[in-house]
Design a protein around this ligand. Structure first.
Ligand SMILES: [Zn+2]
Length: 330
């Protein structure tokens, strides 16, 4: 295994609060011996479990970065047992550009695992987490939302796994996060995902989809702040009482939950996020962009439930995920 070129500028294993960077050498036109400086905070107080908290795995998703920035200035060693590693902007070049993928190599960090120590910038970030940070971690919280092209009802997520004990641990962490919705998420493309890398290592993993559209709201940020605090208490790291409110449990049994566009055009949602839908209902219509007097194409739900995700921009292309329907669990 090749050693990672990334060097932390702070100790990862010492008591106290340490703010610094993961320094990733990146030689380029404007800085011959330059580096990418990924901000990191480590708070530690003695022996105990380690939580690894990440935001902006995709650079245009903002609830995680806001909640985690706040945590870096509020979390005190005296409040915890063990260690909290906070990286508010996981794919830092993408975060700085306000884009889903890295402007340097077009890398989608959440499709780049396990990464490569001698690969692209994005692959080097993935490799460092895969081989350095994850092995010393017990519980992982990775914040997502829809970015510029999707919008979601606010939920925490866990996955169906072969290992039922590990699945139960992830399910419990999802319930501890206690978003308004809790989803057993079916991934359409899980190869190379951070989620898969963490889960394959046997760790407890919880992720989120808290909103979208390329911004965040006071409400969605409040969900993120409460969730991270709850997860740290649940993990036995942070002292205090969890704040638990009602959550709606949702399942995604199969691919019929997804509706993909097969045309391009002007997008007309017929139902909004959180609304109930019955199989066969028209979920959205697509109007031509290049002429008048032509009726829209109708897209129908393939299953009954509620709308948990939708395409966000006003125009849509063939292949875009138009809507996702989840099933309520009684
Ligand atoms: Zn994301």
């Amino acid at each position: 295994m090749k050693p990672s070129p990334i060097e932390p500028t702070i100790p990862l294993d010492r008591d106290g609060v340490h703010h610094g960077f993961l320094r990733l050498p990146y030689s380029r036109d404007d800085s011959a011996w330059g580096s990418i400086m990924i901000p990191i905070t480590v708070v530690r107080n003695g022996e105990g479990p380690t939580a690894l908290l990440t935001g902006a795995n995709h650079g245009d998703e903002y609830e995680g970065p806001v909640a985690l920035q706040e945590l870096t200035v509020t979390l005190q060693p005296a409040d915890i047992t063990g260690r909290v590693i906070i990286v508010p902007a996981f794919n830092y070049p993408a975060y700085r550009a306000g884009t889903r993928t890295s402007p340097i190599d077009k890398g989608n960090l959440n499709r780049s695992f396990p990464g490569a120590a001698d690969g692209t910038v994005t692959q080097k970030i993935a490799d460092y987490f895969q081989n350095v940070l994850l092995p010393q971690t017990d519980i992982v919280l990775d914040f997502h939302s829809g970015g510029k092209t999707l919008d979601f009802i606010p939920f925490a997520a866990a996955h169906v796994m072969d290992n039922t004990l590990q699945q139960a641990a992830c399910y419990d962490a999802m319930q501890a996060f206690n978003a308004p919705y809790s989803v057993m998420l079916l991934e359409i493309d899980n190869v190379g995902m951070y989620d898969t890398a963490v889960e394959d290592m046997g760790k407890t993993f919880v992720s989120t989809e808290l909103g979208g559209g390329g911004s965040a709201s006071a409400k969605s940020i409040a969900i993120a702040k409460k969730g991270v605090r709850n997860v740290l208490i649940h993990a036995g790291i942070l002292q205090g009482e969890m704040q638990i409110d009602p959550t709606v449990n949702i399942d995604m049994p199969d691919g019929d939950c997804f509706v993909f566009a097969e045309h391009e055009g002007l997008f007309e949602p017929m139902l909004d996020l959180g609304e109930d839908v019955t199989e066969g209902d028209v979920i959205a219509r697509v109007w031509p962009v290049d002429r008048t007097g032509v009726p829209p194409l109708e897209y129908k739900a393939k299953t009954s439930g509620l709308i948990i995700s939708r395409h966000f921009p006003g125009l849509i292309k063939s292949g875009d995920c138009m809507a996702v329907v989840g099933h309520r669990v009684d």
